[in-house]
Ligand binder design. Structure first.
Ligand code: 6CS
Ligand code: FE
Length: 307
């Protein structure tokens, strides 16, 4: 398959035009986004939705997040990533497969219907994770395009995937919220440096490869600016797979936790990595056990009561 976005192959970074649509369906009256939201996502490469979930649903998610932070027996240790310095839990991957409630959240009609609309296809979960960004110890996520990694290391062919970050606690401007460069999704910044063997063992703690060069980041920030959407627990940040983003460390006592789901178009399923010897493991990039998501309606809190 032709590599439309070759990265980590040259010794100089380059800028490539995006070759894929941002939204793969036309806006219609019955679309799950308003016309203004549809146009905002197209223009900026991200969208923030507030008050998507009810208070009892958020409470159920927070209880589940706290339960999982204790790393119960049921959590596969391989899916847990610790903070480089303190050893505190930084992320738990494949969380939809290890928590019935997060699995239910990922399949919720309020999220999947938007993914179907933006990606113009049925969707499956490429990756899910619970990010804890603990108080005092939460380290930064340096600037990056997710697609650069998913294309180069996972074999994701086209820019036809989106991330949804459901904020599980209030996101303030000071506890390390996500920062995005609006409009950066239209430029693919290639990276230099060959992908090391088993790169994910380091990159999920602190990413060193697949990291854009400083000149490119400065130029993108100059052109597009930087925004750091904040919002109450239950807000959802939806962003395109190629929107440049990162987040600062968290030295406040307030954790910044979110449930992070990546929806990939069914027709965009992974092939062989475009820039790595071997594909990353299934818990980071779903390849073999993928299934089309059937949207589920109703309260998440019901799921807990029924369990
Ligand atoms: O490598 C990855 O797939 C993950 N790393 C980051 C920093 N964002 C995307 C994704 O969760
Ligand atoms: Fe990312």
């Amino acid at each position: 398959m032709t590599d439309l976005y070759p990265s980590r192959v040259a010794d100089q970074p380059t800028w490539l035009e995006r070759k894929d649509p941002v939204i793969h369906s036309p806006w219609r009256y019955e679309s799950p986004l308003s016309q203004a939201q549809h146009e905002a996502f197209e223009r900026d490469g991200f969208l923030v939705l507030q008050n998507v979930f009810e208070a009892d649903e958020i409470a159920a998610l927070q209880a589940e997040m706290n339960r999982l932070r204790g790393l119960p027996e049921s959590i596969d240790p391989e899916t847990v990533v610790a903070e480089p310095s303190s050893g505190a839990v930084r992320s738990i991957f494949a969380i939809d497969r290890q928590s019935a409630l997060i699995g239910r959240l990922a399949a919720d009609e309020r999220l999947v219907s938007i993914a179907n609309h933006i990606l113009g296809d049925e969707v499956y979960l490429h990756q899910t994770r619970l990010n804890y960004k603990p108080g005092f110890d939460g380290k930064e996520f340096y600037w990056h395009s997710d697609f650069e990694t998913w294309h180069t290391e996972d074999g994701m062919p086209r820019m036809r995937a989106i991330s949804m970050s459901v904020q599980l606690v209030d996101n303030f401007e000071f506890n390390g919220p996500l920062m995005l460069m609006p409009g950066s999704h239209r430029t693919f910044v290639t990276c230099v440096g060959e992908t090391p063997e088993d790169h994910y063992k380091e990159s999920l703690r602190k990413q060193e490869y697949g990291v854009p060069d400083r000149d490119s980041l400065a130029k993108l920030a100059e052109q597009h600016g930087i925004v750091g959407p904040t919002g109450p627990a239950g807000s959802v940040v939806i962003f395109d797979c190629n929107t440049m983003h990162g987040s600062n460390g968290n030295i406040t006592p307030f954790p910044r936790a979110n449930a992070f789901m990546v929806y990939n178009a069914w027709t965009n399923r992974l092939v062989a990595p475009f820039g790595a010897e071997r594909p990353r493991p299934e818990f980071i990039a779903a390849r073999d056990h993928v299934k089309k998501l059937v949207p589920i309606s109703g309260s998440l809190a019901q799921q807990v009561r029924a369990a």
